[in-house]
Design a protein around this ligand. Sequence first.
Ligand code: FE
Length: 203
Amino acid sequence: MTHRDDHDHDNHLDPMDARVRALETILGAKGLIDPGSIDVIVDTYQNRIGPQNGARVVAKAWHDPDYADWLKLDATAAIASLGFTGRQGEHMRAVFNGPQTHNLVVCTLCSCYPWSVLGLPPVWYKSPPYRSRAVIDPRGVLAEFGVSLNEDVRIRVWDSTAELRYLVVPMRPAGTENYSEEALAALVTRDSMIGTGLVDIGT
Ligand code: FE
C-alpha cells in the first residue's frame, strides 16, 4: 500500500462516496430512509461536533495531570472517554507543546483531520499552499497566522493520514492557575489545536 492509499480524499467524490450517494438516492426513492435523518448527520458534523470538543480535551489535560498522562499514552482512549469518537477520530495522537517545542499539523496529500474533536477542517487546511508550505517553511506559515516563536523553539510538523490524526495540546497560559476546567476550555481555539495558533488570555 502506498502512502497515498492511506489517505481519505475528502475533497473528491471517491468510489465509496459515489456508492453512498447512489444508495442514499435509491433508499430515499423507495421510502426506506428518511432524507431528514441524513440531514441530521450532516448537521452533526457541521454544527454540533466542533472545536469545543477538542477544547474540552485540552482543558481536562491542563486541569488533571493523570488525564494528561493518559492522553500522551493513548489519545484515542482518553478522548473516547469523554464521548468523542467516530469518523476520522478512530486513531488519535496528542502532541504537547512546550517551552522548547511547538507542534504543527498538516495533511500534505489531502485533508485528513480529527473530525471527532475539531469538526470539519477549515478551507485553508485543505489548500495546496498550506499543505506544501507547512512542511517547507513552517516558521513562515506560523508568522502569517500571527504566531512568532523564539528562534530556539523547535517546530515539529506532523503529517496526518487516514490511520492517524493529531491533536495539538497547546501550552496553558500563565495566569490561569485558578481557572475552572470550563473557563480553561473557553480559551482554547481551533487553530491552537492545529498548531497555527497559541492560547492566551485577555486578547
Ligand atoms: Fe489526508
